[in-house]
Design a protein around this ligand. Structure first.
Ligand code: HEC
Ligand code: HEC
Ligand code: HEC
Ligand code: HEC
Ligand code: HEC
Length: 269
């Protein structure tokens, strides 16, 4: 079995589509486009995620490999369900099923086991990441398959399930995207793998120190949601999504504002 899978994990060029033949894939594609359009009509903010690195639908065609979503992860036909609860489950509580509250992803097993940033000078210490940052960590900590969603979209046929559910992790084995994404067969994925030790990263999930304007090292926010340049606060907290907007791939590394201005949005010195 392992041998077979290993062979399948070889880079295969996508065969050219056969003309005039309506294959199952075309039908799946058409229905996924319909679903996305439906979802898009909810709010136009979401248009640009399609085709970005967070869009797992059609990733094969874009990257020119067959094996990724037939073997490495399931292609659910909707770009949104890898993070959002599908519209037909609106109102469902994913946390009843072990999910991150409000999101269509399982809580990482390491939920309380993150080594969060700490320092002598840090005012607001936190014990665990908030749900919106757990969402990101559920892929980026490299401990769970990228397709581990709580609800599958209606119409998803489990016979289409991928053979493996690889993790966003640079480790070169059959658990990880690093099997191919090792910097040789495909670009290295290790730099996107944050891990569970967050002590070298910017602190997250703490109450923003500049709220009361009493801390002279921080600017007060422009409004209750954050800053006019797009940098956002969530329930007064700094989260991954304060600095990154996965919905806007136009700015490098999905940052809310150019890296040169990002820090001084909040920090005065
Ligand atoms: C990688 C995870 C991810 C994927 C995939 C994703 N989103 Fe989002 N989405 C988010 C996050 C995080 C937010 C909150 C961002 C913010 O506060 O600005 C969000 C916010 C939204 C909002 C705004 C909700 C609000 O409270 O204002 C809508 C609407 C939305 N997404 C729709 C979509 C649609 C439609 C798709 C598929 C085309 C999609 N999203 C794919 C992570 C994702
Ligand atoms: C469903 C899995 C998944 C979730 C959830 C997810 N990501 Fe990602 N993210 C990825 C993958 C896959 C890549 C691309 C990896 C690569 O190209 O090597 C990526 C890439 C990125 C990048 C680099 C983009 C670039 O242009 O190189 C950033 C920044 C990022 N994610 C931030 C986030 C943030 C912030 C969240 C939470 C709001 C989040 N991600 C949630 C899977 C995910
Ligand atoms: C069978 C080998 C293979 C496996 C397994 C694999 N990939 Fe890929 N992937 C490739 C190749 C080849 C490319 C194109 C060359 C490159 O980007 O380095 C690619 C490209 C990508 C891209 C860039 C596409 C774009 O639109 O920018 C992303 C993102 C990606 N892969 C994510 C993943 C994730 C996440 C996993 C694990 C769940 C994964 N891949 C597993 C071979 C693979
Ligand atoms: C205070 C702002 C800020 C916060 C909070 C933040 N990031 Fe970032 N992130 C950045 C900046 C700036 C970069 C680019 C420079 C760098 O790599 O340090 C970056 C880079 C990244 C990259 C891409 C690495 C690369 O070079 O391709 C990923 C993935 C990422 N962040 C994910 C996350 C996740 C997940 C969280 C929450 C656990 C998070 N970020 C929290 C500012 C932030
Ligand atoms: C959304 C607002 C915000 C942005 C943007 C931001 N920071 Fe921060 N940063 C904070 C807060 C809040 C703290 C924690 C302060 C506290 O509670 O003591 C912090 C803490 C830090 C610390 C740790 C300080 C200590 O006392 O240990 C460093 C280092 C840091 N930030 C650097 C950066 C850099 C570099 C950037 C730009 C890439 C950046 N920050 C962007 C809000 C922000």
């Amino acid at each position: 079995m392992l041998d077979y899978l290993q062979k399948q994990l070889i880079y295969l060029p996508v065969p050219p589509p056969k003309p005039q033949q309506l294959t199952r894939q075309h039908v799946l594609y058409a229905s996924s486009v319909a679903l996305c359009l439906l979802l898009l009509s909810i709010n136009s903010v979401a248009g640009t995620i399609l085709g970005s690195k967070h869009d797992f639908t059609g990733l094969n065609e874009r990257a020119g490999v067959v094996a990724m979503s037939t073997l490495a992860f399931s292609d659910y036909g909707s770009a949104c369900v890898y993070c959002h609860i599908p519209p037909e489950r609106e109102g469902a509580d994913s946390s009843d099923f072990g999910g991150i509250p409000g999101w269509n992803r399982f809580s990482p097993a390491t939920d309380t086991g993150y080594n969060l940033y700490d320092s002598r000078t840090l005012d607001n210490k936190v014990r665990a990441p908030s749900p919106i940052s757990l969402l990101c960590l559920s892929c980026h900590d490299g401990t769970m398959g990228v397709d581990m969603t709580v609800f599958k979209p209606d119409g998803w046929d489990s016979s289409e399930d991928a053979a493996l559910h690889l993790r966003l992790n640079g480790g070169n084995n059959l658990m990880n995207c690093g099997k191919c994404h090792d910097g040789v067969a495909a670009h290295s994925i290790e730099i996107k793998h944050i891990g569970t030790d967050l002590q070298n990263d910017h602190p997250i999930s703490m109450i923003y120190a500049g709220l009361t304007a009493k801390d002279l090292d921080f600017r007060p926010p422009d409004n209750e949601y954050g800053f006019n340049n797009g940098v956002k606060l969530y329930d007064d907290r700094v989260e991954c999504a304060s600095c990154h907007n996965v919905h806007n791939p136009d700015v490098n590394l999905l940052l809310r504002t150019g890296a040169e201005r990002l820090c001084e949005t909040c920090h005065i010195k």
